[in-house]
Every structure is written in structure tokens, then in C-alpha cells.
Design a binder for this molecule. Structure first.
Ligand code: ADP
Ligand code: ZN
Length: 681
């Protein structure tokens, strides 16, 4: 006998809370149902969160039906989904939808002639671990309940081999594992490496799959046919039970953060899932995020180190070229300058000569230029000075050739052309792009095959794979690109990597600019000379810069992550930036500039008022509103307001109260919230 009961249902709608429905169906928490929504009674999916006694003061509608196809989600998953909604302030009904596949199981399967998601390959046997790998493996393998581990290993130290061993162990105990990697690293090469070890036990979920493939992979996991799930961040949403291990490789990667809709960080969400599932979580990186590093040095995470590349391969040499010297006026230099007078301003004689040497030997060179977001940077060519905000310690950005502004707090100053630091040079706005590099290189290296890899040229995974194939076959001599090519790639003949203008990276208006720059230099070094044999000269990395003493360079040059992290944490601490403090960003956007500005100011006033009214918000700092660095994007004007606090627990309730029910926001303006933002462009 069933009787009518009230249930909390997370219905697929942009509502902050779950709704109440009645039902006499045999329901339980985690079950997917359909419910009528709104006046029209449109049917939507909803997840049962549990029974409730609260009788709402409006007419309660009845649950329509159970979606029989799906068993109730495992309890830890439901808890985890609720946490995501709560922590990232996203409608719970929209969060839970991600836990289901895009198609129904029985929906017609269209024949596709694509290669299988997981290739059938001949099995590889495990490598003999090095002593360091063995120690790391054993000290992680001891754990079988929730614990978070940082596997901190230099590039090429064999982290992946440690992951494979840990997964082996988990499988032998009859449990299953998840391996998360950044989308861009999820190459066929990587899947093959796992497929050769684990054969048909593997499932994969990533953005290149069709809905049909994604649905099939989902069922392979949910029905227990596969035991290891490899995927990009969204793979976490596949409800895999009996979980024994979660691995997050390249945990520092900003791409683990989803920057639309539910703005979750896949790394943090993975740790939370491990907690709910009570299994160990392993985060791996050669350049851990400062968030993770802080947790490791404070003992919240267990730290395991791989300090050497396998097979005694040397780390590459890093040379730093001072671009200020190119403008020097001493006599000998002048002669050199005449000899190299045909070189463009961005190419130093040293880098030019090194490129010749490498290419003459039949090897390859790659040049990187970071040009994300910002068109121009302001620098004094004599002393390397750049202007930073006196309040926020981030670079100021040039506007309309006349003034410099801070994109965090809206500080303004005139763009004075005399350098305020050395009082000699004239500040210059430097603009540089990968296309210009390509054009100049074509002129300077006639007969060499040059390829460009940036977002204009590489728009799909297929483009990227073509590029990889052409690098491998030697059809490219010089590769020019943005940081998109700095990651994860492995080319035996790549012996020289040049960073054309490091300053572009550390002058981004972002408090993480120095960290990003350090990571980029280290990752780049990881690309150079990966396959040099014992005794061969190591790969070479050349960094051109106006600021040879910049922290990101001096520490990266010595392969000194720990020194860098200690130093950078002190700097973060002085201004309460993460990981010392918590940050929340509110982006205000709309098609009418006046309305956007007005709403941004109103939001700031509401924030100040909340602070005054509630003593528990005393630690909160309100920055801005200021124009976002990308002040107009796809027809939308963009402002942002940042809040910073040293009391993490205050950030969430404050943000919730600040937004309220948003009935004060004019129609045509949207406020998007980002908890723990990774990018503030
Ligand atoms: P990381 O992930 O730390 O950059 P990888 O796991 O990709 O490093 O290993 C780098 C290279 O070293 C790979 O080619 C891998 O096959 C090889 N390798 C890893 N461990 C061993 C080992 N114990 N013995 C021999 N080669 C190894
Ligand atoms: Zn500022």
C-alpha cells in the first residue's frame, strides 16, 4: 500500500532551491522523475532529493512519473551534486542533469564509421619502477580510504607510470578508478597508453565523442562493464560506484575550471567526490597550483616527490636573453646590432643563431608567444619597468593610448611616456602576434617549413592531431604558437623552445600571472629535449624578456618550484589573494553600457551595505566595480566586482545574500557569479 507523501525534487529549472511535489509512487532519494513545471505544467526531469514534512503555502503538484531507465543514483553522488550546487551557487536542478547521459539507452543508433572510442591494442607489460617511483607508489598505495595526495614530479619523471600501478592495485581489489586529464591532453596517444595496459577495462568521456558514444560509455561504466574511466573534467558526473581511486593529472591546469554555467573546478570537485566516496585522490603535477601546494605543505595533503627524469635524462638548459641590452648604445653592441640589423625587434641575435644551429642539424624549433586576451603591453625598453596597480599588484592596462587602468579596482592614471622608474626610457606599448612572427620567420628562414598553432589555426582536435603528425614526421621545421602548444606534447626532434616575449605573460592583469608564467616556462622546458640520451646535450629553452629578474624566470631557470612557491605565497599573503584568501567574482553584463555600469555600482553599494549591517562580514573586501579586461565580448558590455576574504566560510553566505533573489537587477542585465575564479578576463 502506498500513501501520498511530499518530496523535495531538484527540477530542471533556473531556481535556487528544490521544489516540493506530492506522490504516491514508490520513490527514493536519487531517483530521476518527470514533474510538471510552472503554470503550463511543462514536463521536466527532476531528481528526488528526499521526503519532506514542510507543507508549502501553494498548491502542490504531483510527480508525473518515474524515469524507469535509471536506478537511483548512489548516495555519495547525490551528496556530491548537492554540494556542487550549494558551493558554486548554481540551481541544484540544473546541476543534477549532468549526471545523466545525453540520449536514452534505446534511442536509435545511427551507424557511424568512426574509430572505436577505445582502440584494441596489444598489451604492454608494466615497466620496472625506478626507486623514486616505487617509493611514491608504495606510500600512496597504503591508503584505501579518503586522503588527498600530491604527486609532485618534474616533467618526464614518470608520474603516469605511477598512476598505472595504482590503478592496477585498485583493480586487483575489485574496485574502480577515474583518471581526469585536461581536455587538450586527452589525446589518442594517452588513451592508447592506458588501453595497452588495461585493455577492454577502459571507458573514456571527452568532448570529441558523439552523443551516442557518450551515452554508450556512460552505460558501460554504470552497468559495470568497465572499471577505469578516463576523461576530461565532466567525466566526474558519470556515476561510477565502487570507486577506489581518483587521479587528477596536471592538477594545476586552469582548464579544469568550467567557465560557464556551473563554474566548478574539476580538481576541487574530484577531491570532494573522493571524500563522499571515501577513496584516495591523487593530484599530479610538475608545477602544482599554489592552492594544492599550500595544502601539501600544511599537511592536509600527503606530499610525494619525483625529483628526477627517468633514465637519467637531463632537464633542459634555460637561457635568459635580456631584451633591454638590444637597445644598449655601447660600441661593441652597436656593431653586433648592425650585423643583425635585419632582425625584427622581437628576435635577439642569440635566439636567431640558436635556431640556425638546431635547424642545420635537422632538428626542430618551437617559438611561443602568450597573447591571451590582451592586445598590448606597456614597458620601458631601457629598464624593463611596467606599471602595476598600487592597490592590487596587477599590471595596469593601456586604454585609448592615454591612460592606464586597473581591471580589479578601477584605479586610473595618465599614461606618461617618460619612464617613472629609470627616468630615461620612453614607455612603449608593444603589440605582437603569432602571425607577425610567422611572416618574419618566413623571410628569415627561407626554405624551412613553418607552421602556426594558435586559436585561429587550430580549431578542432583534428587540426591539433594533424599538427602533431606533421611535427612527428618532420614536415615542420619551425613551430610558432600560443601557449596551447606548450602542454603535454612530446616530439623527439624538438630541441629548442623559445619564449619570444615572456613579459606578455606576466603582465596579464591577473594576480596569478606570475604563477602562470612560471608554469608556462616549466611546461615549455618539459617539451624540449625529452628524448635526449645519456651523454647527449640536453634540450635548450630560450626566454626573451625585458625583466630578467622577474620571479617567474629566476626560479624556473633553476627548476626551483619550491622556492618559487614559498616566495609567491608570501606575496599572495600580503594582499589576501588565494590561496591565502578566498575570491568571488561577480560579472555584470548586458547590451546597454549605461545599464551595466549602473547595475555594477548598485551591486557594489549593496555589498558595502551588507558589510556594515552584518559584523560577520567584517573581513570582506570589496574591489571595484571595474571594467572587465575584455570590456566588450559578443555584443555584451562587461563589468566585474570582486570580493576577497580571509574567512572562507563568509564568502558563500555573503555572495548568496548579495545576489538575493535578483529582483533588483534590471531586465537586460545579467549577473554571473564565479566562486574561486581562475580567470578574471
Ligand atoms: P610524466 O607524466 O611525469 O611527464 P611519463 O610518465 O610520461 O612522465 O614518463 C616519461 C617517459 O618515461 C615515458 O616515455 C615513459 O614511458 C618513460 N618511463 C616512465 N617510467 C619509466 C620506468 N620506470 N622505466 C623506463 N621508462 C619509464
Ligand atoms: Zn587595483
Amino acid at each position: 500500500m502506498s500513501s501520498t507523501q511530499l518530496w523535495k525534487v531538484a527540477a530542471d529549472a533556473p531556481l535556487p532551491e528544490a521544489l516540493t511535489y506530492s506522490s504516491d509512487l514508490p520513490l527514493q532519494r536519487g531517483q530521476l522523475v518527470t514533474v510538471p513545471l510552472g503554470r503550463g505544467g511543462r514536463k521536466v526531469h527532476g531528481l528526488i532529493l528526499g521526503p519532506t514534512q514542510e507543507v508549502p503555502d501553494f498548491e502542490v503538484k504531483a510527480v508525473d512519473s518515474i524515469v524507469e531507465e535509471y536506478a537511483p543514483l548512489p548516495e555519495p553522488y547525490v551528496k556530491w551534486l548537492e554540494w556542487l550546487a550549494q558551493y558554486y551557487l548554481h540551481p541544484v536542478g540544473q546541476v543534477v542533469q549532468s549526471a545523466f547521459p545525453p540520449l536514452r539507452k534505446t534511442e536509435k543508433q545511427r551507424a557511424s564509421k568512426r574509430p572505436p572510442v577505445i582502440p584494441q591494442l596489444e598489451a604492454d607489460s608494466a615497466l620496472n619502477l625506478t626507486d623514486e617511483q616505487q617509493t611514491c607508489f608504495e606510500s600512496i598505495a597504503k591508503f584505501s580510504s579518503f586522503s588527498t595526495h600530491l604527486l609532485f614530479g618534474v616533467t618526464g619523471s614518470g608520474k603516469t607510470e605511477v598512476y598505472l600501478r595504482l590503478l592496477d592495485k585498485v583493480l586487483s581489489e575489485g574496485k574502480r578508478g577515474i583518471v581526469l586529464v585536461p581536455e587538450i591532453s586527452l589525446t589518442p596517444q594517452l588513451i592508447q597508453r592506458f588501453a595497452r595496459r588495461f585493455g577492454d577495462k577502459i571507458a573514456a568521456l571527452h568532448s570529441q565523442l558523439t552523443d551516442r558514444e557518450r551515452t554508450n560509455q556512460w552505460w558501460d561504466i554504470v552497468e559495470g562493464r568497465k572499471s577505469i574511466l578516463i576523461g576530461a573534467r565532466s567525466a566526474l558526473f558519470c556515476p561510477i560506484d565502487n570507486l577506489g581511486l581518483i587521479i587528477v593529472d596536471e592538477e594545476h591546469e586552469p582548464s579544469f575550471k568550467q567557465d560557464e554555467k556551473l563554474k566548478y573546478n574539476g580538481r576541487d570537485a574530484a577531491v570532494m567526490l573522493g571524500k563522499q566516496m571515501n577513496c584516495p585522490v591523487v593530484l599530479g603535477s610538475a608545477t602544482p597550483s599554489l592552492e594544492t601546494w599550500k595544502n601539501a605543505v600544511e599537511g592536509k595533503y600527503h606530499l610525494h616527490r619525483l625529483t628526477r627524469r627517468v633514465a637519467n635524462r637531463a632537464l633542459p638548459d634555460i637561457e635568459v636573453i635580456d631584451l633591454r641590452k638590444l637597445k644598449s648604445d655601447d660600441e661593441e653592441k652597436q656593431k653586433a646590432i648592425t650585423k643583425y640589423s635585419h632582425l625584427p625587434f622581437w628576435l635577439s641575435p642569440d635566439l636567431y643563431e640558436r635556431m640556425h644551429q638546431v635547424l642545420d642539424r635537422g632538428d626542430q624549433a618551437a617559438l611561443f608567444l602568450n597573447r591571451r586576451g590582451i592586445a598590448q603591453m606597456v614597458v620601458c625598453p631601457a629598464c624593463g619597468h611596467t606599471r602595476e596597480c598600487p592597490n592590487c599588484d596587477i599590471s595596469l592596462t593601456l586604454h585609448a593610448h592615454s591612460h592606464l587602468i586597473c581591471h580589479y579596482c578601477d584605479y586610473h592614471e595618465n599614461f606618461k611616456t617618460k619612464c617613472p622608474d629609470c627616468k630615461e626610457g620612453q614607455l612603449e606599448a608593444i603589440g605582437l602576434g603569432t602571425e607577425l612572427l610567422e611572416t618574419d620567420l618566413t623571410r628569415l628562414f627561407p626554405g624551412k617549413k613553418i607552421a602556426r598553432a594558435d586559436r585561429d589555426e587550430i580549431q578542432s582536435r583534428a587540426d591539433l592531431e594533424d599538427l602533431i603528425a606533421n611535427m612527428e614526421s618532420g614536415d615542420i621545421d619551425i613551430l610558432v604558437g600560443t601557449q596551447m602548444i606548450a602542454k603535454g606534447l612530446d616530439f623527439p626532434k624538438l630541441k629548442l623552445v623559445g619564449l619570444v616575449l615572456a613579459d606578455v605573460g606576466f603582465n596579464l592583469p591577473d594576480f596569478r600571472a606570475t604563477e602562470r608564467s612560471f608554469q608556462l616556462i616549466t611546461q615549455m622546458s618539459g617539451r624540449s629535449g625529452r628524448h635526449v640520451k645519456d651523454g647527449e646535450s640536453p634540450g635548450l629553452v630560450i626566454i626573451q624578456t625585458f625583466n630578467t629578474e622577474h620571479d617567474s624566470i629566476t626560479f624556473a631557470k633553476n627548476h626551483d618550484f619550491e622556492g618559487f612557491a614559498t616566495h609567491e605565497l608570501e606575496i599572495r599573503s600580503a594582499l589576501n589573494y588565494p590561496p591565502m584568501g578566498r575570491l568571488v567574482s561577480f560579472r555584470i553584463q548586458g547590451t546597454k553600457l549605461g545599464q551595466v555600469e549602473e547595475t555594477a555600482r548598485l551591486l557594489a553599494r549593496r555589498a558595502q551595505a551588507l558589510k556594515t549591517q552584518f559584523p560577520q562580514y567584517g573581513s570582506i573586501e570589496v574591489l571595484g566595480p571595474a571594467e572587465a579586461p575584455l570590456s566588450k565580448l559578443r555584443g555584451q558590455f562587461r563589468y566585474h566586482l570582486l570580493i576577497k576574504t580571509t574567512q572562507p566560510a563568509a564568502a558563500n553566505p555573503f555572495s548568496r545574500q548579495l545576489l538575493g533573489d535578483q529582483d533588483w537587477v534590471p531586465s537586460g542585465v545579467k549577473i554571473l557569479i564565479d566562486i574561486d575564479p581562475m580567470s578574471l578576463l
